[in-house]
Design a protein around this ligand. Sequence first.
Ligand SMILES: O=C(O)C(=O)C[C@]1(C(=O)O)C=C[C@@H](O)C=C1
Length: 359
Amino acid sequence: MNPSSLKKSNLGSVKASIQDDSDKKSSSNNLGGEAKKKAQALELQRIFEDSQSLPKPLSINDLSPSANGARLRVAYQGVPGAYSELAAGKAYPNCEAVPCEQFDVAFNAVERWIVDRAVLPIENSLGGSIHRNYDLLLRHNLHIVGEVRLSIRHCLLANYGVEIGNLSRVLSHPQALAQCENTLTKLGVAREAVDDTAGAAQLVAANKFRDVGAVASEGAAKIYGLNILRENIQDDTDNITRFLMLAREPIIPGTDRPFKTSIVFSLEEGPGMLFKALAVFAMRQINLTKIESRPQRKRPMRTSDDNSNGSQKYFDYLFYVDFEASMADPNSQNALGHLKEFATFLRVLGSYPTDNGTL
Ligand SMILES: O=C(O)C(=O)C[C@]1(C(=O)O)C=C[C@@H](O)C=C1
């Protein structure tokens, strides 16, 4: 007898004995059997219903933040009506934008899984870099997974009935005040910095100010019930802010579309060191789109004594560089391998698709 026929014959005898047993029972008490079956079915139904309220094991689909139709939660700095909220919506359409008081809070909210992503401003075409976010990129462990550019159109807002001539003070975010420098100087008003543009609008409305205005968006005017005294008050019509999209995990870089890579590094003190660092990109035809230097907060000064004047103190810097290539490209890998040979520190902050879309 082969093993399969052994199984079949055993199964046959088990089935036969069950059948025997149930026949005996049904013949002895047919009605009682029916009631028992019904009770068993009800019991099974109850167990099934109870099991529905038990916690369900996670499946691979639950690992995606937008699983089960849940909206992606995206942190931004400011209150509703801030440009950063618009940027969050542009970066992640249909997301739930979560306001945060400070940039630091937005970074922490992602790290602690309170939100899925953060969208934070990094530079503006008129006002320049948002240094605080450069420093926070290094202090936290988030990855840049994308960028989004937003055209910023500022409005001068005030309570209804207030005219431009009544204003002695204007509140806004320091970047927004800087972007409207010429207009505000012409108006001859004092400037006061607050946490964000929409927060300025909120303050003006809540305090029913008659001599204080706000520089903020058209959306903020609607939300806080303010009158738009003047539109497009930024010094240049091309007023663009670039925002970074931050996540706990990096994305896998591709080469199917234009990618950008952001890095931060430090160098030894010495003539031509930065020149040498930038040459690793130039010699491979890699275009740099941004360079920013920031003081090393943990070691702001360094001493060098290989100098004819004896020991000399230097400021110590971190260099943030964005270049137009993907980390999936061997050319970028070679450039960073080369830079690593002499950089005292190097970290890749992210490799992500370039935002070439409409503003
Ligand atoms: O205050 C806001 O509304 C912001 O979203 C912040 C912010 C910035 O930090 O640069 C964003 C875009 C504009 O450049 C002005 C202000």
